[in-house]
Design a protein around this ligand. Structure first.
Ligand code: GLC
Length: 720
């Protein structure tokens, strides 16, 4: 039922005012005296546009938001409040680990908490709508934006995307002013960008689109996300932002999304550059027909839409529907009754980077880190050991990741600061963290190695600049930068035990790191509490349990690479096989598979059973699989037990395995538990040759284990 009050406002608006409501301005351009100058002048903005634009982005701070809203309302003839948006991707002032790290926690409650805290800090800072979660499925570590994703699996991305939306929005956006509207992005399949190069072409098959890329957008929309953002890429040769099939048939109809659809920054205008829209007017026409509601920072809507309507090239109802969706979002946020909503300078001081939020960031950072190697139980370290802490990330505060400009690097706790907090006496420690990230000289390496020689164990913190991943930050070489590998080799030659801690925003080529270390902890970009979380793990206060959610290749030559690949007609179990789907110079599987992660303790799986071998299609039956897991090691610990299914054949080829369930299990030393999974027909559905989501009868394999490389399986059939 449409809201009469909104329809009445629309009825009183001029066509110009309606068109301007569809424009979103970068709020950073708004000067205190609100004079149209500089970039605004270049965009041919007028007072009329500024007084009637529907939304702004890039503004945060209660005082500033209140002031902008006040000035706006003084000028807006209809008393329509301004919508304030921002990118709060993994934290506002309290920066949390990057989403690719959050994914490694496999913990939807923890992700929901991150979204709740980030949303609250954003809301009290005057933000109404948050351009998150990014749920693009990723398979190419060359792409800088993999750091924003939770990984390569549609099932896990769906669960975590839902958790983000629930955490941001809560139950009642109108009442709960410390929540924000979510925005699912980038619709769609932006993660499949060719060459791992940002803004590049996406060219994927329809079944890959439906089976791999679409599920997480669907899950986030089903969770009630109020808004969606278009992606920069093409789908089937048409830029998403003007792609009627993608936006009307898939998003609006199949996914039943009736909320606000933002373009990405300048994306409407860029469809001219793509060579799909003939000119700005054509771009405005096509985007409006594709039901894109908001033109973020391009001029096409406010320059062209009025003429298109007056020339009857487009029906005004398209404009009215877009305006309605925007006013409806503002109404859902309670902005008509309270245009300042959660903006509150006192609450801002109380909440932002408060102790509780820091503790929350430290907790999820521990859960997001992944133990990749631990030979001879080098870890956990003992306080009494003589330890050298060296390398460019020992005292580097830039460990919060690319999308973290609402916080400050000065807020970060480095490893060095965490050491100083933890140790009364530093006599047995050597700390030498004064490198540039690339480590520019062999002299620097020599002096570091000299200092490190005095210790029993060397902890070397390595990684990439936090701005070499993120938007527009794509690489062709995914090894550690500069002379870091050389430093590591020299340290390893000392014969001391070497522990590597990695700070990075993408899977890296870790061949040299594995060859020259005894232990490796993947810390990602862990946020403001990174140093403390690293020490909590290195010294055993926390037993790591994270599991990678994006495959680590041996080298970039293998990319794109992912665990849920097809079998092909010539699969090969060995590397270098002639006339097989393999390479001559490298394994064709990942060095570290999806779902991989170690613990300080060991888990033994046994007694894998299946309740029956057959399930009848359409009868809503289910099959139970059980497995026993025992903690046989020396520490209490948590294991993420994973369930994978392989559909052995189908009307379209099917992945060699797909994640269909997982359970995080905490086991004390020597404790044993039976883990149960239920398999149902829903789990077997895919985009069949009939172009619909359905199951097909046939044989299936089920795997339960510690990561996607698990080979042990049981069989069952789906029968007519
Ligand atoms: C950027 C990004 C998008 C972000 C938007 C607003 O280009 O692609 O993820 O939300 O612009 O900053």
């Amino acid at each position: 039922m449409k809201k009469d009050k909104l329809l009445k406002i629309i009825a009183n608006m001029t066509l110009k005012e309606k068109v301007f409501q569809l424009f979103q301005l970068n709020g950073a351009m708004i000067t205190d005296d609100a004079v149209i100058s500089g970039p605004m002048q270049e965009m041919n903005l007028t007072e009329d546009i500024i007084n009637n634009m529907g939304s702004i982005l890039g503004v945060s701070g209660a005082e500033k938001a209140i002031e902008i809203q006040k000035k706006y309302l003084e000028k807006n003839r209809h008393g329509i409040p301004l919508l304030i948006c921002h990118d709060v991707i993994h934290g506002h002032r309290t920066t949390f680990p990057i989403p690719l790290a959050l994914g490694c926690s496999w913990d939807s409650e923890a992700v929901k908490e991150v979204a709740k805290v980030s949303g609250a800090e954003a809301a009290v800072s005057g933000i109404h709508c948050n351009f998150s979660p990014m749920v693009d499925l990723v398979r190419d570590p060359r792409w800088g934006r993999v750091m924003e994703s939770t990984g390569e699996d549609p099932y896990l991305n769906s669960i975590l995307g839902k958790a983000f939306v629930e955490g941001y929005q809560g139950e009642n956006l109108k009442e709960d002013v410390e929540r924000v509207a979510a925005c699912v992005k980038h619709f769609a399949a932006y993660g499949a960008t060719e060459g791992g190069r940002d803004y590049n072409t996406v060219d994927i098959g329809i079944s890959t689109f439906y089976d791999m890329h679409l599920p997480a957008y669907k899950a986030a929309i089903d969770a009630g996300a109020k808004t969606v953002m278009t992606s920069f890429n093409t789908i089937n040769g048409v830029p998403a932002t003007v792609n009627e099939w993608l936006m009307k048939d898939v998003l609006r109809k199949e996914l039943s999304f009736d909320g606000v659809l933002f373009s990405d920054w300048g994306a409407i205008g860029e469809t001219v550059v793509h060579g799909c829209s003939e000119n700005g007017k054509d771009a405005a026409y096509k985007a409006m027909k594709a039901t894109v509601d908001v033109d973020m920072m391009s001029v096409e809507y406010f320059e062209q839409l009025e003429a298109l309507v007056l020339e009857k090239k487009i029906d005004e109802k398209y404009v009215d529907e877009a305006v309605y969706r925007i006013l409806d979002l503002k109404d859902e946020l309670g902005l008509f009754e309270n245009p300042f909503r959660g903006a509150d300078t006192a609450r801002e001081k109380e909440l932002l980077l408060c102790k509780k939020h820091r503790e929350s960031s430290r907790d999820i950072a521990r859960k997001s880190m992944v133990l990749l190697k631990n030979e001879a139980q080098v870890l956990p370290l003992k306080d009494k050991q003589k330890i050298a802490f060296v390398g460019p990330f020992i005292s580097n505060k830039s460990i919060r990741g690319f999308w973290s400009d609402l916080g400050f690097d000065k807020d970060s706790i480095t490893i060095e600061e965490a050491i100083l907090n933890r140790f009364e006496s530093k006599d047995q420690l050597v700390i030498c963290g004064n490198h540039k990230i690339e480590i520019e000289s062999f002299e620097e390496i020599r002096s570091t190695v000299e200092k490190a020689k005095e210790s029993d164990v060397i902890v070397v913190a390595l990684g990439e600049d936090q701005n070499s991943s993120g938007e527009g930050r794509c690489l062709t070489d995914i090894r550690l930068p500069g002379l870091q590998e050389e430093l590591l080799k020299e340290l390893y030659k000392t014969g001391k035990k070497v522990v590597v801690v990695l700070f990075n925003g993408r899977p890296l080529d870790l061949r040299a790191v594995f060859e020259n270390s005894d232990a490796i902890l993947e810390a990602w970009f862990p946020g403001v509490e990174g140093g403390n979380a690293v020490l909590d793990i290195l010294f055993g206060s926390y037993n790591p349990g994270g599991k990678i959610t994006m495959s680590f290749p041996y080298s970039v030559g293998q990319v794109p690479i992912h665990y849920n690949h097809f079998k092909t007609g010539r699969p090969s179990e060995i590397a270098g096989a002639f006339y097989k789907c393999s390479y001559l110079d490298s394994p064709h599987w990942a060095m570290l598979p999806f779902g991989y992660g170690l613990s300080y303790t060991q888990f033994q799986y046994s007694n894998f059973k299946i309740s029956k071998g057959k399930m009848i299609k359409g009868k809503e039956e289910s099959i139970e699989v059980t497995i026993d897991i025992k903690n046989t090691g020396l520490y209490n610990g948590e294991e993420i037990v994973q369930l994978y299914i392989q559909d052995e054949f189908g009307s379209r080829v099917r992945p060699v395995k797909e994640l269909k369930g997982f359970k995080k299990v905490f086991l004390k030393q020597n404790e044993e538990k039976e883990i149960k999974f239920i398999i149902n027909e829903e789990m077997l559905k895919f985009y069949t040759i009939e172009n619909k989501i359905d199951s097909e009868v046939g044989r299936f394999k089920v795997f339960v284990g510690t990561n996607s490389a698990e080979k042990n399986s049981l069989e069952f059939e789906l029968i007519k």
